[in-house]
Design a binder for this molecule. Structure first.
Ligand SMILES: [Zn+2]
Ligand SMILES: [Zn+2]
Length: 357
């Protein structure tokens, strides 16, 4: 066992606070990672505030982790000490079910073990995430950072581990490519990745946003069209025109608005998980044009590695604002007001700059 420091929420109401806890001793296939950077995902906020009604406190959030290997279990073979690595949303799964065998550990039929707020299958302890100084992970759930990324890129690599893969996986699954017309709903942490990825895959991309001040940003990110979703006339121009929509908004909204933009056989995939269920949608819209409404959850380990390589090759990185861990509560408040372009990333070196509270 080793003592590590981090930030935790002790309950749904109080701010995150300095927290010391034990990491497990290295198992034969484990690697020990010094965490350099950790992205701040909207799920962290949902979990900390118990908005999905299943948080086990204390919770140490963080599943967009970039770090360096500092120790290896005796039976590891994939990594070297000193190597730069990443950890995303998953740290284990049953590895035997059909989903796991297909490399889709996020859909494990027994149980996916998430990076934080899951129960470790071996010692039954709670998993704790990247808002901390170190993490210990099985090497099979550890990702390599492509060498094409430079040292200065590392903070921005962190959000790829959730925002990147959450958007990459559905774009791949629904075969987005050169002849696709793709809609991206919402330009936040996920949306701004989706635009860049879909463009790099060769698609024609339309962004649908409710905020005027994001129009320029969307264009800069490569969007071919930007539509204010509140403007009926602008929306009408896109009716029956899109092959695929990735809907990244995590607050409930009218789905009919966007389903009407799909062509026959088109699919809208939801990737934002709201606090409450959506009001129902107009089924006729689906039936009369054989449209689909779908969902997608992050991505498996193999696909996450593939996404990292794709981003390195196409020079795709999120836009980020680096913060000290002491600013995390402020960052959460700003996230709620959409006051972030487009992802906060914690510089974990800041953790050691303050004494325990
Ligand atoms: Zn996330
Ligand atoms: Zn499984």
């Amino acid at each position: 066992m080793s003592k590590v420091q981090g930030y935790a929420a002790l309950n749904a109401k109080s701010p995150l606070t300095f927290f010391e806890f034990e990491r497990r001793a290295l198992r034969p296939h484990d690697v020990k990672i010094d965490i350099l950077y950790c992205g701040v995902c909207h799920s962290d906020l949902h979990k900390v505030r118990n908005e999905w009604k299943n948080t086990m406190y204390p919770v140490v959030p963080g599943h967009e982790i970039v770090g360096r290997i500092v120790d290896l279990g005796p039976q590891t073979s994939l990594f070297k000490i000193g190597e730069l690595v990443a950890v995303g949303c998953l740290v284990d799964a049953c590895r035997l079910c059909t989903s796991c065998l297909e490399g889709l550990e996020q859909y494990c039929e027994k149980q996916s073990i998430f990076t934080y707020d899951s129960i470790d299958p071996v010692d039954r302890s709670a998993t704790r995430g990247g808002y901390s100084s170190q993490i210990i992970v099985d090497e099979k759930f550890t990702l390599k950072i492509p060498t094409a990324f430079k040292e200065k890129d590392l903070p921005a690599v962190a959000p790829l581990l959730c925002a990147g893969i959450t958007t990459y996986s559905p774009l791949r699954h629904w075969h987005v490519g050169k002849n696709s017309r793709v809609g991206v709903v919402g330009l936040g942490g996920l949306g701004h990745m989706a635009v860049q990825l879909a463009c790099a895959m060769g698609a024609e991309v339309a962004v649908f946003t409710s905020s005027k001040n994001k129009v320029q940003d969307a264009k800069k990110l490569g969007a071919h069209h930007v539509v204010l979703s509140s403007e009926k006339k602008e929306m009408e121009l896109f009716i029956d025109s899109l092959d695929f929509i990735i809907n990244t908004v995590s607050a409930t909204h009218s789905l009919d608005h966007f389903i009407q933009l799909l062509k026959r056989n088109g699919t809208m995939c939801m990737v934002g998980l709201p606090e409450s269920c959506y009001p129902s949608f107009d089924t006729a819209q689906l039936i009369f044009r054989r449209k689909s409404l779908a969902g997608s959850l992050i991505g498996g380990i193999r696909e996450t590695q593939e996404m990292l390589e794709f981003c390195a090759q196409h020079h795709i990185l999120p836009e980020i604002e680096i913060i000290a861990i002491q600013k995390i509560n402020e960052a959460f408040e700003r996230m709620l007001k959409n006051d972030v372009k487009y992802r906060f990333v914690i510089d974990m070196a800041s953790l050691h700059s303050k004494k325990p509270i």
